[in-house]
Design a protein around this ligand. Structure first.
Ligand SMILES: Cc1cc2nc3c(=O)[nH]c(=O)nc-3n(C[C@H](O)[C@H](O)[C@H](O)COP(=O)(O)O)c2cc1C
Length: 405
């Protein structure tokens, strides 16, 4: 599951893992913020043991499960020393450290972080991206992998610098396969154990179509340069099981899901379209994990609302003012025994399906969370898109609708 601001909470990460996801990332954390998070508490019940890091007098910056949370810390940085200090602070609790080289948000890009590290030749030649990788690789223990998440690099017209100088927006449209492959090889040589490639250009937004077809070309060019293309993860545009099948037809690389997971964590469980009951059980699992790990109600509500395409369910969830109300809405009993059983299953690492089927009160097929497919229930287009995060481009929304049909 990809790094996602406001989505990659401990409860969504654990739900993804229980459903079959192999690795999760934290949301991007700016190195300075990590260094300010000087309050670290070990919460030992109620619920499983967990570590909470916070900046004094602020909400938790990061919650890590003490037992079952193989998670990669994603850092935004433009300062190797600061990145090393932030990584060393958390290194014992995470499964790896990733550098964000693709984020276009103001809070990262404005400080020369995120996509600013790689957006054009001039930025790459400054060498900060590679210096970050080298510094982390040197400072972190060998068993802690260093990785980077980046984007495709654009062809830069010869006139680029003149255009930029004249204040014009440069017209860069196509992927520079060679430059992307070369830069990937450089990152691996500098010390990255693997890379995640968001298949859009550094200049593109998520509303623009993903460039899936460029990915195998980059891998091929890496092979030609003597690089190890098996160490590149594919990311971009995998919103449905149909999308996953399509990319599987082209490459065998590991896949990273962002909005697909935000919309339906059940995608990790099954390559097939899930039944309504299975989708509802995924939501229940998320809520049980959230309650157990002390996730705030507003965060649980936000995560669930992203997963409900129907207006009816979103309205019902948003209306819940207390956890017990939310549990009742989902036909889950609000009794300590249920949570004790759930925790026991997590502790022993058993499959949690058993307990779900034990505790859910099944009283017929129709639940308040029933999710009518796109186009029914007189939903507006907005209702069919994630309530948090970007709009789904119309071409992808159309494909999603076809896959659901
Ligand atoms: C809500 C949201 C938050 C995101 N936050 C991050 C982030 O913290 N770090 C990052 O590298 N990418 C972030 N991304 C980008 C995704 O990881 C991913 O690269 C992008 O959405 C393309 O994948 P997709 O088409 O599967 O959504 C975020 C995306 C979304 C939708």
């Amino acid at each position: 599951m990809a790094p996602m601001v406001r989505i990659s909470d401990v409860c969504s990460r654990l739900t993804a893992m229980q459903l079959g996801c192999k690795m999760t990332w934290t949301e991007v954390l700016v190195d300075r913020a990590v260094l300010k998070a000087t309050e670290c508490s070990l919460i030992d019940g109620p619920g499983p043991r967990r570590l909470e890091y916070r900046i004094p007098d602020a909400k938790p910056l990061l919650v890590l499960s003490d037992t079952a949370d193989p998670v990669i810390l994603q850092l935004a940085s433009s300062d190797p020393k600061q990145a090393v200090a932030a990584a060393l602070y958390l290194v014992d609790e995470v499964s790896g450290v990733d550098i964000n080289m693709g984020c276009k948000q103001h809070f990262t890009a404005s400080g020369g972080m995120g996509v600013d590290l790689i957006k054009d030749k001039k930025a790459r030649e400054q060498g900060t991206a590679l210096a970050l990788v080298r510094a982390l690789r040197t400072a972190l223990p060998d068993q802690c992998p260093v990785s980077a998440k980046l984007r495709l690099l654009p062809v830069e017209p010869a006139s680029l610098s003149e255009d930029t100088h004249a204040g014009k927006k440069p017209q860069v449209k196509d992927v520079d396969i060679q430059a992307t492959a070369k830069f990937c090889c450089d990152l691996l040589s500098a010390g990255c154990s693997f890379l995640s490639m968001h298949c859009r250009l550094t200049s593109e937004t998520r509303s623009e179509p993903v460039r899936m077809e460029s990915f195998p070309l980059v891998l091929e060019a890496m092979r030609a340069l003597g690089g190890d293309d098996s160490r590149v993860v594919y990311n971009g545009g995998l919103l449905t099981s149909g999308d996953i099948a399509r990319v599987r037809g082209v490459v065998s690389s590991p896949l990273m899901l962002a909005r697909g997971a935000q919309l339906n964590l059940g995608l990790f469980a099954s390559p097939e379209r899930l039944s309504l009951r299975e989708r509802e059980d995924t939501v229940r699992r998320l809520v049980l994990n959230g309650v157990l790990y002390g996730t705030a109600l507003h965060i649980i509500r936000r995560l669930i609302c992203s997963m409900l395409p129907g207006r009816r369910g979103k309205r019902a969830v948003s209306g819940c003012r207390e956890i017990p109300e939310l549990l009742r809405l989902l036909n889950l009993p609000d009794t300590p025994e249920v949570f004790a059983k759930w925790q026991h299953h997590l502790d022993v690492g058993a499959t949690v399906d058993a307990i779900l089927s034990e505790v859910v009160i099944r009283d017929g097929e129709e639940h308040v969370l029933s999710m009518p497919g796109p186009g029914t229930d007189r939903e507006s287009k907005r209702d069919r898109e994630p309530s948090v995060g970007p709009a789904i481009p119309s071409s992808e929304a159309k494909r999603r609708a076809q896959d659901s049909a």
